[in-house]
Design a protein. Structure first.
Length: 129
């Protein structure tokens, strides 16, 4: 999957879990991978410098669907998501190398468990007990 396909599959939602005033800033920060505090600070500055942004914010509150991640009790690693958004190819390369390392470890473990050495070690352990 290329980065353009992943960008088109993503959708913007208001984040109800981290919402202060509707969850728009939390949704923007999550969608683009920005820091939530910085996003809120920029929104406040925009409210005071360009009052029209208040109407845009209210439009987003009413027109954008809200989602709560508490329903999906999956553990989420925010650092991983931030890394995927900033450098997807490097992150996927890191994930591939981790899986290759795990695959090599699993192959060594399977080789040991199916060997006669494993049976011999088990017999010695039984004699110790």
């Amino acid at each position: 999957m290329n980065s353009q396909a992943s960008m088109s599959e993503r959708r913007f939602y208001r984040n109800a879990d981290k919402a202060m005033l509707g969850g728009v800033c939390a949704g923007i920060a999550e969608y683009f991978g920005f820091n939530l505090c910085v996003t809120r600070l920029l929104a406040i500055i925009a409210f005071f410098t360009m009052p029209l942004t208040i109407l845009g914010y209210l439009a987003l509150v009413f027109l954008t669907p809200s989602v709560s991640r508490k329903d999906n009790a999956r553990p989420v690693d925010p650092e991983f998501h931030r890394a995927v958004r900033s450098s997807p190819s490097q992150t996927m390369s890191d994930v591939r190398s981790r899986f290759k390392s795990l695959d090599r470890r699993l192959a060594r473990l399977e080789k040991y468990v199916t060997s006669s050495r494993y049976q011999l070690d088990r017999e010695f352990d039984r004699l110790k007990d």
